[in-house]
Design a protein around this ligand. Structure first.
Ligand SMILES: CC(C)(COP(=O)(O)OP(=O)(O)OC[C@H]1O[C@@H](n2cnc3c(N)ncnc32)[C@H](O)[C@@H]1OP(=O)(O)O)[C@@H](O)C(=O)NCCC(=O)NCCS
Length: 153
């Protein structure tokens, strides 16, 4: 599908009143979704939490932890109906900008080896595989490894 024009979507900081709408996306996007508490804890902890909007419709969200010269993407998602239109890439570029403004030198994230869409996106942006975290994620048949990826900022 073709990319959306730049001006019709926007990124803004997440707030607690967004959590219900986020959860209705989160539950459709992950086999093991975050809980509402994971989002409110992230907000309470002062993490850099964002939503992506198309007009007034929430189409995606992301949680970025900043600290000690590093940025760690804890969650990034685009609603199913809005995927493959360039929003995930633009959201990652937004997070990279935020991390650079914070003067982070490295950005990290974990991804399931089975999550081919996310892996492609991160590789395209320039993330490199750095390590495997054994049994990091829950899975329907036990546990799944995580690939730790890093990007030098
Ligand atoms: C991963 C995710 C955020 C990508 O968002 P998106 O808006 O669809 O991504 P984009 O349209 O910006 O795609 C950027 C690139 O990612 C890759 N990509 C995205 N979706 C893909 C898919 N289904 N299959 C293969 N590659 C894919 C492609 O390289 C794509 O570039 P291209 O369109 O020029 O080929 C989205 O699939 C998602 O929210 N998934 C569910 C939640 C999730 O898994 N989050 C990541 C956790 S680590």
């Amino acid at each position: 599908m073709s990319a959306l024009p730049e001006q019709i979507f926007s990124f803004r900081p997440m707030n607690k009143s967004d959590v219900d709408a986020i959860m209705s996306l989160e539950r459709t996007l992950y086999p093991f979704p975050w809980t509402p508490g994971n989002f409110t804890d992230s907000l309470n902890a002062g993490y850099s939490c964002w939503v992506c909007e198309f007009g007034s419709i929430m189409v995606g969200y992301a949680v970025l932890m900043l600290g000690a010269g590093e940025a760690h993407v804890l969650n990034i998602a685009i609603g199913q109906d809005w995927q493959r239109q360039g929003l995930g890439r633009r959201f990652m570029q937004h997070l990279i900008k935020v991390a650079r403004e914070y003067r982070a030198e490295m950005m990290f994230l974990e991804v399931r080896p089975s999550n081919k869409a996310a892996l492609r996106l991160y590789e395209d942006i320039g993330f490199n595989e750095m390590a495997t975290r054994r049994g990091y994620y829950p899975a329907h048949d036990g546990r799944e490894d995580a690939i730790l990826m890093g990007l030098s900022l």
